[in-house]
Design a protein around this ligand. Structure first.
Ligand code: 44T
Length: 834
């Protein structure tokens, strides 16, 4: 009895407490919600976040209602943790958030952003990818994923994997070596694992593959498993230099296969990798005198680097400022592109750029025959070491055509073995680009060469990059001392050369030339661009400035003179001389948003040398504390007369931030003031281009000789291809160009960046639509327009590539859906309903 009572008591006690607990749970939840809300109002995000966490773990049924507020608290708190460098806490928060919302694209995307800014790009990609899968319409996830995809899986992977000829040649060479007795294989820089799978397929007994990129290694694991070779290929996520026998590989191997070569052959470090492999990983090489069954060998066996002197206006345009005066501004300073054989410790210097010469707009002219620049035997450690030590070879190149000496280009023939070779020469149908060595720093009249002239170059490979240094040009058999020069921008030789050649001021020689990005150089050379701005700016200035005291002459030096000045702000990205063009047009105070010290100094020099007063040019960003303030009034009692925005990137995309800036800019203009441009029209057309498809995604199993690679690497495909040269892209137009979308930047309603509509397109030729390239008409005002598809422009074009080709018939009408969300453009095709 006593026991029963006790039990009943316990029961009733339990019953009471259940009801009580529910009540106190409710009470706790409501108090926590209340506190959380209070904390949010007080900007105490950490505590708010903790309260919401408690609320949602107590009351999961509230998850939906509180989702957005919870995310807000989480993101705000994460910002603080990031600022405090409390990264572990930050990730713990996200982990808790994922427990509550395991399939939320917004949290996933945000986690990716955190990882990305902390440098974990591979991991970030995974989260962006997941976010995009969870919500295919998420503009943020799309933008983020495409950005990292481009970064993690470089676009040439698609191009190389689609190059069937190259794949076949490698497979044959590997097969031959394996059949000749090479049983153990190491693939250096395996990428997706293709060469390793070839080796396995043709009978190698042990295959090892190393890959230093995390993303590519993960991809290779997936691909190898999908091709059911995971048992036969050992993948190592490491740089080949770190491989040791027997830790990673049980014994020395007989064959190294690799395609770690770039357009300049050595840029992926093949010399160092093979020197290390010969010393540590490979069996002894084949010995002529002493015949052994087991020896080490490398595919490719060797290579020949060939070069040629060229005239090429497009390359000139990107690497040499050849205009002396731009829209009235004299360019009396020295500019230089970062692409030159500078000294090793020079951060900005790139030894060469790469270009697919067969597709350079405007083409090129060969000024010399091809010459052999260098040969390398990858099976000779001695040869590898000699080249890596910086051995220089001086070559005299005979000029046989008259023209401007704009650059040297190089390509190579890769001898996989005695029988199988690949050539990357411009005329070859290959995936390869060529290395371009622009000629710079000659006096203006020094570039013209004639048949019979001799150009002397030094070829070397001192720091793993191929170098071509111009030594001298001898004209008509006589060494021309005025052009005897070094391509280097520093060093005594050049200083001497500059001192004697240029009338430029002593200051330039001390500071060196102003280094501009090739796109910035192309822009400076674009006179039409600057002239158009000059006319448009002048119109606004004359409409706003009464009287003739606005004449541009007469140096105004003191601050008072500017009290009634017009204010012009240029928020262009990078180097821009538009503020100087504006400043010479009257009583104008120009603000430049150039940031680099060297660029500021150059603009100041130009102001001075063009006889403009110091006060006419100010640097806007220097006066601001944070980026958020980029757009504000010039002075508390002043508004801007002109705000210049830089809406289109050189790669052919719209800058999203600029659209946002435009919305603010509109409100900061004085009456009659203008934003440049005032409108932008996006143009496009339907094309059939197998080439573009091949650069975008691996086309099935055919090019990869039956191996399943496409579905895996194609995860990383992006729909918009950039930096295209539309004028030389192999393609057929299936429609005329048409206006796709017009953005009116002066429209007060333009503050959301999502546009969508359908357009009717007339088909002018039957075919498969694979892509829609697009470009812009930038309307500075009603009369003045810049077209970014013109060959003189410094812009390239972009294209939206369809997921699958769309068949069209001549004469029919198709509906083209255009959708712009932030800076993402996407397009769809469909037939109109009958
Ligand atoms: N691109 C040519 C260069 N790796 C090919 O991580 C031609 C460029 C190109 N892994 C347009 C067209 C083309 N140990 O995934 C990369 C890289 C990896 C290594 C381990 C090493 N020592 C290395 C060195 C490199 O190898 C893979 C391939 S590098 C090939 C470069 C189509 N633009």
């Amino acid at each position: 009895m006593a026991e029963a009572r006790a039990a009943a008591g316990r029961k009733s006690h339990k019953g009471r407490s259940a009801a009580g607990q529910a009540a106190s749970r409710r009470e706790l939840i409501s108090r926590s919600v209340h506190s959380a809300e209070q904390c949010l109002r007080d900007h105490d995000y950490g505590t708010a976040y903790a309260h919401y966490l408690l609320v949602l773990s107590l009351a999961p049924e509230l998850k939906q209602d509180f989702k957005e507020t919870f995310q807000y608290a989480l993101f705000k708190w994460a910002e603080e943790l990031y600022a405090l460098n409390r990264n572990q806490d930050l990730f713990n928060c996200y982990e808790q958030a994922f427990e509550l919302y395991p399939n939320d694209d917004v949290i996933c995307n945000s986690m990716g952003e955190q990882l990305f800014r902390l440098g974990f790009r591979d991991e970030a990609a995974g989260y962006f990818y997941k976010a995009l899968k969870l919500n295919p319409d998420s503009a943020e996830a799309k933008e983020n994923f495409y950005r990292v995809a481009n970064w993690l899986v470089e676009r040439w992977h698609f191009i190389m994997l689609n190059d069937k000829k190259r794949n076949l040649m490698y497979q044959r060479a590997i097969e031959k070596a394996v059949q000749a007795g090479c049983r153990t294989v190491l693939d250096i820089g395996t990428g997706t694992g293709i060469l390793s799978m070839f080796a396995k397929r043709v009978g190698a007994s042990h295959v090892y593959a190393c890959e230093l990129s995390r993303t590519m290694y993960d991809l290779a694991c997936e691909v190898v498993a999908a091709n059911e070779m995971q048992g036969g290929i050992k993948l190592l996520h490491m740089k080949s230099h770190d491989i040791q026998v027997p830790e990673h590989i049980p014994e020395k191997i007989s064959l190294v296969v690799t395609e770690t070569v770039d357009a300049g052959l050595f840029g992926e470090g093949i010399l160092e990798s093979l020197i290390h492999a010969w010393k540590n990983l490979l069996l002894e090489p084949k010995n002529k005198d002493f015949h052994s069954e087991r020896y080490g060998q490398v595919i490719p066996a060797g290579a020949v680097v060939l070069g040629m002197a060229l005239e090429c206006p497009e390359i000139r345009k990107h690497h040499r400022v050849f205009v002396k005066e731009v829209a009235g501004v004299k360019l009396g300073v020295q500019f230089s592109s970062p692409v030159h054989s500078g000294p090793k410790n020079d951060d900005v210097a790139e030894p060469y750029s790469t270009e697919k010469m067969s597709r350079v707009p405007g083409g090129y002219k060969a000024l010399s025959q091809p010459f052999q620049a260098l040969t390398v035997d990858f099976n000779s450690l001695q040869d590898l070491e000699s080249i890596a030590s910086g051995k220089t070879c001086r070559i005299s190149v005979q000029i046989h055509e008259q023209g401007q000496l704009d650059c040297f280009i190089t390509w190579f023939v890769l001898h996989l073995d005695e029988e199988h070779s690949l050539s990357t020469e411009p005329s070859e149908e290959t995936c390869w680009e060529q290395a371009v060595f622009p000629i710079q720093n000659l006096p203006a009249d020094g570039y013209l060469v004639k048949p019979g002239d001799i150009v002397v170059v030094d070829v070397s490979c001192p720091d793993c990059y191929l170098r071509l240094d111009l030594v001298s040009v001898s004209r008509g058999g006589k060494l021309d001392h005025t052009t005897s020069c070094s391509n280097m921008v520093s060093g005594n030789e050049l200083c001497d050369a500059l001192a004697s050649l240029h009338t430029s001021h002593q200051q330039d020689i001390v500071q060196g030339p102003c280094i501009l990005d090739p796109n910035e150089i192309a822009m400076l050379n674009n006179t039409a661009y600057h002239e158009s701005f000059k006319v448009a700016i002048n119109k606004v200035i004359s409409s706003l400035a009464p009287g003739d005291n606005w004449a541009s002459n007469g140096v105004l030096s003191s601050e008072e003179h500017y009290s009634d000045a017009l204010y012009v702000l240029d928020v262009s990205e990078g180097f821009s001389i538009l503020p100087l063009i504006a400043a010479q047009l009257g009583k104008v105070k120009s603000y430049s948003s150039v940031e680099e010290e060297q660029h500021c100094a150059t603009l100041q020099k130009l102001t001075e040398r063009n006889g403009m007063s110091k006060e006419s040019l100010e640097f806007w960003l220097n006066q601001l504390d944070t980026d958020d303030d980029v757009l504000k009034r010039p002075k508390s009692d002043k508004l801007w007369s002109i705000i210049i925005l830089d809406l289109v990137e050189p790669c052919g995309l719209i800058r999203q931030e600029v659209m946002e800036k435009a919305a603010i800019a509109r409100c900061l203009l004085q009456s009659g003031g203008k934003i440049f441009p005032h409108a932008v029209a996006i143009y496009g057309m339907l094309i059939e281009s197998p080439t573009l498809l091949q650069e975008c995604a691996v086309q099935g199993t055919e090019p990869t000789l039956g191996l399943h690679i496409a579905p895996f690497i194609n995860h990383f495909k992006v729909p918009v291809q950039v930096f295209l040269n539309l004028s030389t892209l192999p393609c057929v137009s299936l429609s005329d160009p048409l206006e796709l979308l017009r953005l009116d930047l002066m429209d007060p309603c333009l503050n959301s960046f999502s546009f969508a509509h359908d357009l009717k397109v007339q088909i002018c030729k039957s075919g498969q639509v694979t892509a829609i390239p697009f470009w812009y008409h930038i309307h500075l005002d009603e009369d003045i327009t810049l077209d970014t598809s013109q060959e003189t422009s410094h812009w390239k074009q972009a294209a939206f590539v369809l997921d699958s080709p769309f068949h069209v018939v001549q004469g029919e009408e198709i509906l083209l859906g255009v959708h712009l969300q932030n800076s993402n453009i996407s397009m769809t095709l469909k037939r109109p309903q009958q």
